[in-house]
Ligand binder design. Structure first.
Ligand code: HEC
Length: 140
């Protein structure tokens, strides 16, 4: 009995699906859904994606510190940013699927709130791959 516990633990770790990298071309198309609120403006001011200003600029967001743009972020995402968290493709895909739930989990606070009211049902990993390609040192 004492030996079966670590074995069960190991199995449960294996059962967690690995994050599959997305398709940037599909993600660029999906980004149309984000444009209502987000633009992508390069450091030189070039409009890579002309969009809304309800949300922060998403240029170079992968590898960027959470909530670090010049933007009036909500309290909860600011608290995540204060931990030094940085956006990875995996975290971004999880965030866009349900921003409020992501904040609640990160902060271990059921009262956490998101100013982003949008949820992307599927294709978050594709959008993340696209966003990773729109950055100063764009991945090939
Ligand atoms: C209805 C408007 C709206 C839509 C649509 C929307 N967002 Fe957002 N987004 C926001 C707002 C507002 C925030 C700021 C959240 C906060 O302060 O809690 C935000 C924040 C973010 C952040 C955090 C950025 C940072 O600087 O830390 C990411 C990443 C993000 N959005 C990605 C996306 C993606 C990808 C899509 C499309 C799949 C999308 N958003 C669609 C409004 C939107």
């Amino acid at each position: 009995m004492t030996k079966s516990l670590p074995a069960a633990l190991a199995l449960s770790l294996i059962a967690v699906p690995a994050f599959a990298a997305g398709d940037a071309a599909k993600g660029e198309n999906e980004f149309k859904k984000c444009k209502a609120c987000h633009s992508i403006i390069g450091t030189d001011g070039a409009e890579i994606q002309k969009g809304g200003k309800t949300g922060p600029n998403l240029y170079g967001v992968i590898g960027r510190k959470v909530a670090s743009e010049d933007f009036a972020y909500g309290e909860s995402i600011m608290a995540v940013g204060a931990t030094g968290a940085v956006w990875t493709e995996e975290e971004l895909a999880a965030y866009v699927a349900n921003p409020a739930d992501w904040l609640k989990a990160k902060l271990d606070d059921p009262a956490a709130k998101s100013k982003m009211s949008f949820k992307l049902a599927k294709g978050g990993e594709d959008v993340a791959a696209y966003l990773a390609s729109v950055a100063p040192a764009a991945a090939p």
